[in-house]
Design a protein around this ligand. Structure first.
Ligand code: SF4
Ligand code: F3S
Length: 106
């Protein structure tokens, strides 16, 4: 599956959801999660993310491994999102800030 990682937090650009052929993105307050059981590994979302926050599980940076379980867990409790919306207000400011996990809202 593809995994949404740290740099999505507090940005949430949502460009990714528009291209997903199986609509497997789920939306929290300041992060999106991919349901790994629904993702068909088409790779279309990866280049769409302005924050470069989406990785194939096979190419996941070592320090992002916690997000494998987080995508699984959160995609089961958050609502589905299929249409792009405005990024969060301070998205540009938070894009590239490291280790935003402490800011993840559930
Ligand atoms: Fe959706 Fe394809 Fe991205 Fe998986 S890889 S989340 S199926 S767009
Ligand atoms: Fe997040 Fe990138 Fe999608 S910032 S909402 S994974 S476009």
């Amino acid at each position: 599956a593809f995994i949404v990682t740290d740099n999505c937090i507090r940005c949430k650009y949502t460009d990714c959801v528009e291209v997903c052929p199986v609509d497997c993105f789920y939306e929290g307050p300041n992060f999106l999660a991919i349901n790994p059981d629904e993702c068909i590994d088409c790779a279309l979302c990866e280049p769409e993310c302005p924050a470069n926050a989406i990785f194939s599980e096979d190419e996941l940076p070592e320090d992002q491994e916690v997000f494998v379980e987080l995508n699984q867990e959160l995609s089961l409790v958050w609502p589905n999102i299929t249409e792009r919306k405005d990024p969060l207000a301070d998205a540009a400011k938070w894009d590239g800030v490291e280790d935003k996990l402490e800011h993840l809202e559930r």
